[in-house]
Structures are given as C-alpha cells and as structure tokens.
Design a protein around this ligand. Structure first.
Ligand SMILES: Nc1nc2c(ncn2[C@@H]2O[C@H](COP(=O)(O)OP(=O)(O)O)[C@@H](O)[C@H]2O)c(=O)[nH]1
Ligand SMILES: [Mg+2]
Length: 208
C-alpha cells in the first residue's frame, strides 16, 4: 500500500500526476494564426497533441493567410498539452491546455472544449487584432475568467495597452499581458498570470 510519504514524493515517472495536485483546465483561444498551437507545443511537458487539417480552397476566404503565408494547416478540433507548474511540489496546479479554433463556425467544438474549464487565455496578434474578435465573443459568452495575451510577433506595431483595451472594450478586471508563444518561459508566465486571475476571480473561500 502506498504510504502518505510516498505519495508526496516529487514525480519521478514521466506522466505521473500527484493525487494532491489541483487540475486546472485552460482554454487557449484566439483567431487563426495567432499562435495557439505554437504556445501549447512550447509549454507542454508531454508531447502535445494537435489535430491540424490542411487548409482548403473553400476556407481561404475566411482563414486569411496574409500574415502567416507559410501556414498550410488549421486547427479544426483542439491542441492538447499539460504543464505542471512546479514539478517538485505535489500540491502545485497541473494545467491541462486545450487550444481551440477561434472561428465561430467551430462553435460546437468550442462548447465541448470550454465545458468545465476554469479560465481562458485569449491570444491576440496586434498586426490584426480583429482576427481574435470572434474568439473573444465565444470567451465572453462562456463567462470564463480570461486574460488577453498579446503574442509579440516581429514587426507587430507598438500599440499602447490603453488603446488595445479600448479597441477590445475590455473590462477593467480583465488583465492584458504580452508574451512570446515560441518562448517556453514567457508562455508559462502568461499561464501563471491566468491562474492567478482565475484564483482572484474565484477565491477558494468564496467557493465554499
Ligand atoms: N515570430 C513568431 N512567430 C510565431 C509566434 N507564434 C506563432 N508564430 C508563427 O505563426 C504561425 C501561426 O502559428 P500557429 O501556432 O499555427 O497559430 P494558431 O492558428 O493560432 O494555432 C506559425 O507559422 C508560427 O510559427 C511568435 O510568438 N513569434
Ligand atoms: Mg493551431
């Protein structure tokens, strides 16, 4: 029989999740090409799963490729990854990440993915903020606490946070942060800020 002590050992087996760890479900949302798949892949401690489909001529009119000409696939269902915030602390949250398409035509996928989620990270590309508007509507309608995370692409214009907030009509409580989806530490920082926002929105005492 496993003793209490053995259960609190740091995980030594890849894929092991301690029983004490709170599991946090996070949706990584945002428009086409904003970096959802890139982010989930850069933070995931297991090989992330992606269900990408080749772009078709039919979707060319809606999946605008002007800023991502090298992109030949789109995420139809989800990206999935996992991140243990502190692998040496058995009580540290384990994040389950679901990247999901921002296009409204995938509303049913969104509903399934958002079910039971604790929060959402809404990715934004300042070269084309409107690409994330539909995804933002889905996040807003779901009522999930969320953080807007500007993915800093090279060549993106500098826009004051206050102007971004005004353009998105963001509420004062919703954090706006900047990160780089290709950078693991930067992506982890973004997720930590989301977890902190979720915990502020739903303090443990209030939930009891
Ligand atoms: N330079 C740069 N390129 C990025 C970054 N994030 C994503 N990309 C590129 O942008 C394209 C779209 O990213 P992807 O993750 O597929 O977007 P998704 O549609 O939101 O999943 C890919 O070619 C990525 O390599 C970033 O932070 N910096
Ligand atoms: Mg993708």
């Amino acid at each position: 029989m496993a003793s209490a002590t053995s259960r609190t050992q740091p995980p030594s087996v890849p894929g092991y999740v301690p029983e004490e760890a709170p599991l946090v479900k996070i949706v990584v949302a945002g428009g086409f090409g904003v970096g959802k798949t890139t982010m989930v892949a850069s933070v995931s401690e297991m090989r992330s799963l992606h269900t990408e489909q080749p772009l078709t001529a039919v979707s060319a009119s809606v999946d605008l490729l002007d800023y991502t000409p090298e992109k030949t696939t789109t995420t139809v269902a989800t990206d999935f990854g996992r991140l243990t915030l502190d692998p040496h602390d058995p009580t540290a949250p384990v994040l389950y990440l679901f990247g999901t398409p921002g296009q409204e035509r995938f509303q049913s996928v969104w509903d399934d993915v958002a079910y039971g989620a604790h929060g959402a990270l809404l990715l934004l590309d300042l070269r084309r903020p409107a690409a994330s508007f539909e995804a933002m509507d889905l996040v807003e309608r779901s009522g999930l606490p969320y953080v807007v995370a500007v993915n800093e692409f090279p060549g993106a214009p500098y826009i004051e946070d206050s102007a971004v907030r005004a353009r998105l009509d963001l509420s004062g409580e919703t954090p706006l942060i900047h990160f780089n989806a290709r950078d693991r530490n930067s992506s982890i920082d973004a997720l930590i800020q989301l977890v902190e926002h979720v915990m502020t929105t739903y303090p443990r005492d209030a939930a009891r």
